[in-house]
Design a protein around this ligand. Structure first.
Ligand code: FMN
Ligand code: FE2
Ligand code: FE2
Length: 404
């Protein structure tokens, strides 16, 4: 049975939702699922834009057959060769052996590595800026290396204004019937998962995202649909989406606020985190959130760091080191190039308190354009009543630094 949505006249979404996969890339939890988007354009020629993950292949093929309604498939554009999009290509080719495949050279090289066998005469190798005349669809291509892989590209259909953006503008979360940005409450239901996808999957490549945004800028007034490979199709309000991407790509916080992360075995460091949260709220500091690093998947922590201006790291000492889950979080922030944030530190230990110095050293030496506040709270096992003042001082310093 087909499940198809029309994007615009002659263009259809023929993807599928996946609620069975628990970990995207076998690492990021996706409790709300994910969609693999594939699109087909009908005109004088028929053009498929990307395929889907192997798990979604059957649904996509049923959709494809329904929309083609007996017609042959002329072209397949592959914008991104990662298996969550290209894995079903071989299966499509079994059904439609006459289709020609449009991709760039790097893409075809990757295809070879993954074991896709594509006859030479079926390949149409494009360069950036080429225009392909596919009947009444004119296609042009922009390369966007490292968003998310080196071969990734964007295809623009000049005839209907559809921009096929591969993983750019993609999101976690299954569509479940919806397709367009204006069919959902984006701020309430999608923004968090969109941020978590972007920051964790391509957060590291902010400069590359900035480059493609700049490259695509001259096309923008012709764009009518932004069609990514995961999540919603955008058909209006582009400036809202682009503003978010500008912030994420430039590592600029979305809001003034404090994310307090604690790593605590027995609850003593946790208590300090809660005391600080209460004090900050007392002082009227906005957007205070608290996370237990041991119980929160790091992809959520990363997304929150991209959102907030201030981050407090509270960690007990563990075998003369930083508590392992906190260390892992630090490594992930470094790997994803987190910058332009203000940090504060709370440390705890019972005989050789080391976590604060080690966190401070990591922030200084391993991360870029980070400010670390002077007031550090040190706990010898358990916060003493008299340390209330230290917590208050730290809260005040955080509040003060927000003014800047
Ligand atoms: C396996 C293990 C290793 C530890 N290593 C250190 C250490 O190297 N230095 C130190 O001062 N405390 C060390 N501690 C003690 C804790 O850091 C300390 O008791 C702290 O107050 C615990 O805070 P919490 O209640 O937030 O878990 C260790 C504790 C455990 C269980
Ligand atoms: Fe990808
Ligand atoms: Fe993807």
């Amino acid at each position: 049975m087909h499940i198809v949505r029309e994007v615009t006249e002659g263009l259809y979404w023929i993807g599928a939702n996946d609620h069975r996969l628990t970990l995207f890339e076998n690492i990021h939890p996706i409790p709300e699922g994910v969609s693999y988007n594939s699109y087909i354009a009908l005109g004088e020629k028929t053009i498929l834009f990307d395929t889907v993950d192997w798990d979604a292949c059957r649904q996509m093929l049923e959709n494809l057959k329904y929309v083609l309604d007996g017609r042959d498939l002329d072209y397949i554009v592959i914008n991104h060769w990662e298996p969550d999009h290209a894995a079903s290509l071989q299966e499509v080719l079994i059904e439609y052996p006459n289709a020609k495949i449009i991709g760039n050279l790097k893409g075809f090289q990757l295809a070879e590595q993954f074991g896709f066998h594509i006859d030479e005469e079926k390949k149409i190798i494009v360069n950036e800026g080429d225009v392909i005349d596919a009947g009444n669809h004119q296609l042009t291509f922009l390369f966007m290396p490292m968003v998310h892989w080196p071969e990734a590209m964007v295809t623009f259909d000049l005839s209907n204004g559809a921009l096929f953006t591969a993983d750019a503008f993609g999101s976690f979360k299954a569509l479940d019937g919806k397709l367009f940005n204006d069919e959902v409450d984006y701020d309430r239901d999608w923004l968090d998962e969109n941020r978590r996808y972007l920051t964790n999957i391509v957060g590291k490549y902010g400069p590359h995202i900035r480059k493609i945004l700049k490259k695509a800028a001259p096309l923008l007034d012709q764009v009518k649909f932004i069609c990514p490979l995961h999540g919603l199709v955008w058909r209006n309000n582009f400036s809202y989406l682009l503003e978010k991407y500008e912030l994420w790509a430039n590592y600029e916080p979305e809001q003034k606020g404090v994310m307090i992360c604690y790593a605590s075995m027995y609850g003593n460091t946790e208590q300090a985190a809660q005391a600080l949260a209460a004090k900050l709220c007392d002082l009227g500091v906005p957007n205070v959130s608290v996370f237990d690093v041991s119980n929160t998947h790091v992809s959520y922590l990363i997304a929150e760091v991209f959102k907030k201006s201030h981050v407090v790291l509270a960690s007990c000492t563990y075998n003369l080191g930083i508590f392992p889950v906190m260390k892992n979080f630090l490594e992930d922030m470094k790997a994803l190039n987190v910058q332009n944030r203000t940090f504060a530190i709370i440390e705890n230990g019972s005989w050789a308190i080391r976590s604060g110095d080690l966190i401070s050293q990591f922030l200084d030496e391993q991360m870029k354009t980070i400010t670390v506040l002077n007031d550090r709270v040190t706990i010898a096992s358990h916060l003493k009543e008299g340390q209330n003042e230290e917590i208050e001082d730290l809260a005040l310093e955080i509040k003060e630094s927000m003014r800047g």
